[in-house]
Design a protein around this ligand. Structure first.
Ligand code: DOR
Ligand code: ZN
Length: 380
């Protein structure tokens, strides 16, 4: 497919309009004036609920939703039922994922059943195809278990992704700060270990990561579109539909996340796509749909193209050692649209952005040289 007059998002930001040839079987050449071509985005943090919760999502519904949202590579968390804590479970997920429209990678659990007690077999999980380890959804590990977990992961050559919320301290900022401190302490003097802090939500945790990076510790961090765009005020207005873990925080915390993203203390934007059925949300379940609103919300942050490229394309892949293949998305950065959850491809309609106007939408996703989703252009 030849795209004319398209601007390309790269490490240096947005290019001038040019003609680009994209490997996309069967797709027609087109005038792409006003559009942006980006390497497919990678989402380091998603819950695809498979196996165990088909009313929330499946590998196929999740992968399709991700493709619509502009993600060509997604990392699926291990808090499924059963938990992805054994090599055979991991291997069977990898095998099933080969038929999906986009690339799905899998994390293995750090501890058996996410219970925080017994370590899984990091080497065997790596051999089965795990690209990282995480107990996300829980944080039951003590500092000692965490240290041993980081050590085992380091020997297996895997990063550990931490859901930094000390479970005994609840959901407040202190729980995040305590867990980040523990994790950074566990990391000191451990050669070869790599630590990644998931869904950062507080200014104080940002400052801990800033100092740790200055100290030279091998730590990276992510923030979600919802923590970058929304605050506790929005959550209050949504009742149980505003429940998410970690919670939406103060405007000051949100501003700290935005600054940290720009200055590189936060490496990555990851959605924490956490689909739930309506009845579960009404009963208080934590988590938001993330995939199909991500591009609009992220473009709405007004970031420099270089930051978007780093946070959504390059750093996620560097953290889990994955390379870009034939993966592209075509974005209309000018399209204004209203979020309507009932039209999501995901089974999870639990978006905090319902009814909001967003600017910027994915109009085509190409993965492995195939067009996997394409929208009809409204002003074409
Ligand atoms: O809100 C959340 N939902 N945060 C998590 O850490 C887990 C996730 C889920 O699995 O629903
Ligand atoms: Zn989490």
């Amino acid at each position: 497919m030849r795209l004319h007059h398209v601007r390309v998002l790269g490490p240096g930001g947005l290019s001038m309009p040019q003609t680009v040839e994209v490997n996309a079987e069967g797709a027609r050449d087109r005038d792409a004036t006003g559009l942006v071509l980006s390497p497919g985005w990678m989402d380091l943090h998603a819950h695809l609920r498979d196996p165990g919760f088909p009313q929330k999502e499946t590998l196929l519904s999740g992968a399709t939703s991700a493709a619509v949202g502009g993600f060509t590579h997604v990392l699926a968390m291990a808090n499924t039922d059963p938990v992805t804590d054994s090599p055979d479970r991991l291997q069977s997920l990898v095998a099933r994922s080969e038929a999906l429209p986009i690339r799905i990678g899998f994390v293995g659990a750090v501890t058996v059943g996410l219970e925080g007690q017994d370590l899984t077999d990091a080497d065997a999980l790596k051999a089965a195809g795990a690209v990282a380890l995480s107990d996300d959804g829980r944080h039951a590990m003590t500092a000692i278990v965490l240290r041993h977990g980081l050590e085992a992961a380091a020997e297996a050559g895997l990063p550990v992704l931490i859901h930094a919320q000390a479970e005994d301290l609840g959901h407040g900022p202190d729980a995040e700060v305590a867990a980040v401190k523990d994790a950074l302490d566990a990391l000191r003097n451990l050669s070869g270990a790599r630590l990644h802090i998931q869904h950062m939500s507080t200014r104080r945790a940002v400052e801990l990561i800033r100092n740790a990076k200055a100290e030279g510790l091998p730590v990276t961090a992510e923030a979600t579109p919802h923590h970058l765009a929304l605050t506790d005020q929005d959550a209050w207005a949504m009742g149980p539909h505003g429940n998410v873990n970690p919670p939406l925080r103060s405007p000051d915390d949100r501003d700290a996340l935005r600054h940290a993203l720009v200055d590189g203390v936060i490496d990555v934007i990851a959605t924490d796509h956490a689909p739930h059925e309506r009845s579960a949300k009404e009963a208080g379940a934590y988590g938001f749909h993330g995939f199909e609103t991500a591009v609009g919300v992220i473009l709405g942050l007004g970031l420099d193209g270089r930051v978007v490229y780093r946070a959504c394309v390059s750093r996620p892949r560097e953290i889990v050692g994955q390379s870009l293949e034939d993966e592209w998305i075509l974005i209309d950065p000018h399209e204004e649209w209203t979020v309507e959850a009932s039209s999501f491809r995901s089974r999870g309609k639990n978006t905090p952005f319902q009814g909001r106007r967003l600017r910027g939408r994915v109009i085509m996703t190409v993965c492995r040289g195939q067009v996997v989703t394409e929208r009809v252009l409204q002003h074409a």
